[in-house]
Design a protein around this ligand. Structure first.
Ligand code: NAP
Ligand code: MG
Length: 400
């Protein structure tokens, strides 16, 4: 069988620990035999980041801007223990944070649904994707504990020296206050990333906030989304046969609980933090959750939502058997290959991505799965496989 050829390379960002092991297996067993893989390779493993003073992370993000599509392995975000373990020159920032700020992107998280791993919400038949705004609000707040009576005010001093003041509260006893902010340009990027992603998925998009209470702050989010939609996206959405609508967050929650899925829910920073955990825990396992970073210019980076699975890696290093679930990492590859195929007009590459995903899902639905899923499945006659055997079982479906 002739291998599929690619036109433009993918940006390949290798990573750390157990997911780095999975990375190699997926390339060798599930992609290499079928696709003449073209990638620009960046090793974001912690050792290489340290050797390059983290320049490799910046280079990989710049390459993603240039080539349009990247696939990323999970990476260690160093803490004190890691600085010691790897004798690091310094405590580097999270690679995901660095890449996200260079691409100015929004992260979209969606579960991979299979029969036998049933969402706790029975009517969710298709994935619900959460888009979380990743700048500002309570995550960049300033807080103050108030000890006793006094007046709290919000003060803005313009660069021309002019002051504006609003009373927050006249305190008659102890309490707390908090200040937070956001930026039009960040909200605009968030909105464009959401519209781009909805178009690429051909799924409807909902954005919700609490604009009935927070009339100026949340109202700004609502109005920026509305303006960009009207000016840049309404015609494209109509052509794609999808809709965008804004609603109150309370209504959004009610709709999601009754939804059958297959839609994108754009959330402010805090709502996205909480709601993405709700969706992932309702859908079973972090190992079945994908994560896609989309820039407002329409650049895509695909990865698994979980980390480097450190505990399994230490077992692997001792030569013990592991049963690590590679599904989200497989779907990161298939997502990136499909997008590459779409951009380069290579239907055979897009078909390959579909076949890889179907083989993976068929394997699980036939009762062959890693331990994390075997523990929660409703299927009978389940075989819990180790990492290699699971990938082997997917491979056997690729060639049959
Ligand atoms: P983790 O790697 O997501 O793993 C936490 C636990 O979840 C594992 O010990 C395992 O549970 C289970 N798990 C996660 N993925 C699994 C999979 N594919 N198959 C089977 N079980 C899976 O999180 P962590 O241990 O907190 O973090 C490890 C490292 O990952 C850290 O250095 C962190 O900085 C990094 N991290 C990176 C990213 C990223 O690059 N996007 C995201 C998060 C964390 P059991 O041990 O019970 O089997
Ligand atoms: Mg959270």
């Amino acid at each position: 069988m002739a291998k599929i050829t690619m036109k433009t390379p993918l940006v390949e960002m290798d990573g750390d620990e157990m997911t780095r092991i999975l990375w190699g297996m997926i390339k060798d067993e599930l992609i290499g035999p079928f696709v003449e893989l073209k990638t620009e390779y960046f090793d974001l493993g912690l050792k290489r980041r340290d050797e390059t003073d983290d320049q490799i992370t910046i280079d990989s993000a710049e390459a993603t801007k240039r080539l349009g599509v990247a696939v990323k392995c999970a990476t260690i975000t160093p803490n004190d223990a890691r600085v010691e373990e790897y004798s690091l020159k310094k405590m580097y920032k999270s690679p995901n944070g660095t890449i996200r700020s260079i691409l100015d992107g929004t992260v979209f998280r969606a579960p991979i649904l299979v029969k036998g791993i049933t969402p706790h919400v029975w009517n969710w038949k298709k994935p619900i994707t959460i888009a979380r705004h990743a700048y500002g609000d309570v995550y960049k707040n300033t807080e103050m504990r108030i000890d006793g009576p006094g007046k709290a005010e919000l003060v803005f001093t313009g660069s021309d020296g002019k002051e504006r003041r609003e009373l927050i509260h006249e305190f008659d006893g102890p309490g707390v206050i908090q200040g937070m902010h956001n930026l039009d340009r960040s909200i605009e990027s968030f909105a464009r990333s959401c519209f781009e992603f909805a178009l690429s998925r051909r799924e409807k998009l909902m954005f919700a906030s609490k604009d009935t209470i927070s009339k100026t702050y949340d109202g700004a989010f609502r109005d920026i989304f509305a303006r960009i939609f009207e000016e840049e996206y309404r015609a494209k959405f109509e052509e794609a046969g999808i809709e965008y609508f804004y609603t109150l967050i309370d209504d959004a929650v009610a709709r999601i609980m009754r939804s059958e899925g297959g839609e994108i829910w754009a959330c402010k920073n805090y709502d996205g933090d909480v709601m993405s955990d709700m969706i992932s825990s309702a859908c079973g396992s972090l190992a079945m959750m994908t994560s896609i970073l989309v820039s407002p210019s329409g650049v895509f980076e695909y990865e698994a939502a979980h980390g480097t699975v450190q505990r399994h890696y230490y077992k692997y290093l001792k030569g013990e058997e592991t049963s690590t679930n590679p599904v989200a990492t497989i779907f990161a590859w298939s997502g990136a290959l499909r997008k590459r195929g779409e951009l380069d007009n290579l239907p055979e590459l897009m078909d390959f991505a579909g076949k890889l995903e179907k083989s993976t899902i068929d394997t699980i639905e036939a009762g062959e799965m890693t331990k994390d899923l075997a523990l929660i499945t409703t299927l009978d006659n389940v075989r819990a496989l180790n990492t290699e055997d699971f990938i082997g079982a997917v491979r056997s479906r690729m060639v049959s």
